[in-house]
Write a protein that binds this ligand. Structure first.
Ligand code: AKB
Length: 314
């Protein structure tokens, strides 16, 4: 039987879908959702929920003890674009929340952690194409610095204290259930909403900016596969590269036009262009493939069909 799971940051873009998936897999009462604010109706009605600040160690410990939590998924974070505006708040949230769960595991109050990293750990000096698992990493954003530091700490806690912490470097994630907030790859979600509502979209990145992206169903599947993988198969304790598709704003617009022929795209790059320019354009995820059998299912065409079908029917 699955021991109780706690999700910190359950109301965000990934947390919402992860909570629902874990609940359908392990039963609603085995999955405690938590966040600093309440989430959407479906999430709130689907099982136990606690108002919880991921930077408050004592409050997390109380919930862990109360529900006899065994695994924690730490999904609370400030993303790249917002973090540039609030560097210290981003650093405090992204690092303190991670230390809280790592220390709970070090003290054997929980036994397993999932913590998301990001393609933001890479920087302008990293090889851009097919970026390898192990390569030059000099992130130039506040968010990237926090994620890269987090990776180092995860590996350190594994080596030093035997903490079973698992992680993937998510690319930009595309989903229709919950909006992303404060990321550089958010355009690839906004574009579908705007295409359906107004038939046009003003993109904050240049037309030829190629970034690694992934449909949410693939991201959730990867997360669960990694968490279920036998401990002996996991060679990477910092964070696994995770790949699926790569595309430019111009290419996503073309797939939308195939469904909505009058769709119009304009380009007005802002400060997020510089962030995007510092990230890889494609990812080598051969370690994830080899170690725990990762295989993506969605490409750009099928992602666009799913997004327009589901948002159109909302
Ligand atoms: C962001 O754009 O900040 C995130 C990410 C790539 O981690 N979506």
């Amino acid at each position: 039987m699955q021991k109780p799971i706690l999700i910190l940051g359950a109301c965000g873009q990934i947390g919402t879908e992860l909570t629902m998936e874990l609940r359908s897999k392990y039963g609603a009462d085995s999955v405690v959702a938590s966040d600093i604010r309440e989430g959407g109706e479906a999430l709130m009605a689907s099982g136990p929920f606690e108002l919880l600040d991921a930077t408050n160690y004592d409050a997390i410990e109380d919930v862990v003890m109360h529900y006899e939590i065994d695994e924690v998924y730490l999904m609370a974070a400030m993303l790249s674009a917002t973090a540039e505006k609030f560097p210290m708040r981003a650093w405090n949230l992204n690092m303190n929340s991670l230390f809280n769960v790592l220390n709970l595991a070090k003290d054997r109050k929980i036994s397993k952690i999932f913590w998301p990293s990001s393609i933001a750990v890479f920087g302008p000096s990293t090889p851009k194409e097919n970026t390898p698992q192990n390569t030059i990493m000099e992130p130039s954003t506040v968010y990237g610095i926090s994620k890269q530091s987090g990776e180092r700490w995860c590996e350190y806690y594994f080596n030093k204290f035997g903490v079973d912490v698992r992680s993937v470097r998510y690319p930009g994630l595309i989903s229709w259930k919950t909006m992303p907030g404060g990321g550089t790859t958010d355009y690839a979600v906004e574009i579908y909403h705007q295409a359906l509502e107004n038939g046009r979209y003003k993109c904050f990145l240049k037309e030829d900016t190629q970034l690694p992206m992934m449909y949410m169903d693939d991201a959730i599947r990867a997360t669960l596969n990694l968490m279920e993988a036998d401990v002996s198969t996991i060679r990477v304790r910092s964070s696994y590269n995770l790949g699926s598709m790569s595309f430019t704003p111009q290419e996503i617009a073309k797939t939308i036009k195939a469904h909505i022929p009058d769709f119009q795209m304009e380009y007005q790059p802002d400060f997020r262009q510089q962030i995007a320019d510092s990230w890889p354009s494609s990812i080598d995820d051969s370690y994830a493939k080899k170690d725990w059998g990762w295989e993506p299912k969605y490409d750009l065409k099928s992602t666009t069909s799913e997004m327009l079908k589901n948002l159109g029917g909302k």
